[in-house]
Design a protein around this ligand. Sequence first.
Ligand code: GDG
Length: 478
Amino acid sequence: MSKLFIISNRLPITIEKKGDKLSYRQSSGGLVSAVSAYLDQEGQRTFTKKVWVGVSECSEQEWQTVSDTFTADYDFHPIFAAQKTYDQYYNGFANSVLWPLFHYFPSYADYQPQFFEAYKKINHNFADDLANQLNPEDTVWIHDYHLLPLAALLCKRNPKLTIGLFLHIPFPSYELFRAMPNDWQHEIIEGMLGADLVGFHTNDYRDHFLNCVSKITQAKVQDQIIHLNGRQIKTGAFPIGIDYDQFNSAYNNEGVVAKRNEHLHMKQDKKLIFSVDRLDYTKGVFSRLKGYREFLLQNPGYIGKVIFALVVIPSRDNISRYAERKKIIDEYVGNLNSRFGNIGWQPVVYQYGHLSFDELIALYTACDIALITPLRDGMNLVAKEFVASRKDKRGVLVLSEMAGAADELPEALIINPNDRKEIGDMIRRGLEMPRAEQEDRMAAMQARISSYNVVDWARDFFNRLKDAKAGQLQLREN
Ligand code: GDG
């Protein structure tokens, strides 16, 4: 029997400090629930032990104190990193090189050599730390752009391991990828090729990756399989799902009903548009506001009759690009409200801060339109959550064609986020959509996303990973 190691940048727990006392809270992210639910249902037979590996938020000494109190399904294995190195790896290489480049913002990429050195160092820390923990029969599932070189580092030390890698953000076209210094390109692509299976959200991202592999390495690519040095690496599209039932069944939760009623009371007979995202230039908040402005300009009859509830979640505020965004959005919201609003009505109500789960569902289910306009987005779970939450089958999704989710949600009103006129037109169309059409579109989208939920996603990935490893072993025997 083997062990399963899930590896991500951070552990899915938050350590809280009150005075001298330390406690911990387990995060309830999609990935944690996906893997736990899958393992509860099917994985127990396969794996004897589950270990989550990631960088710890606290010092080694603090970890010793708090780890005695853990009662999770998983064992947690912390990686400790020096603050400066972690900062250059996380804020530097991961979020100031890979994130902008992979989201088609090449001019935001800051190619500082020390960022890349720190990125390599932290990936080596993970590999060194795990060297004594891993046995050949174990399975490793690596997540996301922070750890792209890790698969090769692990495979080199332990070629029999089963290694899967999943990228949660887009993989860009070669023309973007090649903007990085050559040796960085090699290190990243060759690092990813240490996996037996590399997964992406969409076929397009996978194809971009395969094209980069062909251009950058000596590998042969055939039928989406990469042949390199006697190994074969499989690739695939696995569009991440959500816990559909959790969102769909929340409609009648007491807390949700109470908060939804507050919103419905507040808006009275006005229409409500809603959006929520992390503060990130990729999420297109500024373009969204410009589209909304265009809507108000083109449809003066709606002035005083519509409210846009804009929720922005603080994110990565140590990076200057993010802090700048906040200022731009604050100013634009102020301008919109002073240009169109009056004492009795403001076109935008704006919250910069988190929502509880009940508040989130209340807004998903009180609004007439969810307006989701990323300039690039690997998937975008908010779009899927909004659809799943609408047990009443009402409401309209206006969605950017640049989100991976658009592939699975063609019944949304699809917009180009740079086309403010189109956003304005679709807001109007959404607000005036007949009830029967809303229901038809919502039913079609719900049918699709409920049939491939987050557990299906994890199961699909694990099954394909098992096949990929079997193929690999067969190749070695022949
Ligand atoms: C990356 C990729 C890909 C947000 N604010 C609140 C809150 N949230 C939850 C949402 C949703 C999640 O956070 C955000 O997920 P997204 O998919 O929209 O975006 P990223 O954080 O950028 O995620 C993305 C994803 O990985 C998965 O592969 O889809 O493309 O960039 O679940 O609900 N939840 C609550 N309060 C908030 O204020 N409760």
